[in-house]
Ligand binder design. Structure first.
Ligand SMILES: [Zn+2]
Length: 122
């Protein structure tokens, strides 16, 4: 079972994401009333079923690793997140902030999608 620091980091990543793009909608949070199978609040779920809550958050964390975008949003939480299908990205081409990057002609959306969704160390 993962430690408390890791649990909180993943939980913060998950809930920040849902509060930013969907202000009063916790539908993306695995602890939420509608997602925890018990139809209880997230606080009650953690209180009454701690092992399951930790397992659910851990599973979410494996599917949603820390990315350059989630890391960036910790420092710039008000940055606009654009959607492309099910994917999201920040509207900043990496060539402006990383001199090792190239932006292929006419493929900037692809280059931003790739750059901002790259996995990074937590
Ligand atoms: Zn670009």
């Amino acid at each position: 079972m993962m430690d408390a620091v890791k649990y909180l980091k993943i939980k913060n990543r998950m809930t920040k994401r849902c509060s930013r793009s969907r202000p009063s909608d916790c539908s993306q949070c695995v602890l939420d009333f509608d997602n925890n199978h018990y139809k209880i609040t997230c606080e009650m779920f953690e209180l009454q079923h701690p092992e399951e809550a930790v397992a659910a958050v851990e599973k979410w964390g494996e599917k949603h690793p820390e990315t350059r975008m989630s890391d960036f949003l910790k420092k710039f939480p008000k940055a606009e997140v654009l959607k492309y299908g099910y994917d999201e990205y920040i509207d900043i081409c990496p060539v402006y902030i990383d001199t090792t990057r190239n932006c292929p002609n006419g493929e900037c959306k692809k280059c931003k999608l790739e750059y901002w969704n790259e996995e990074v160390e937590e």
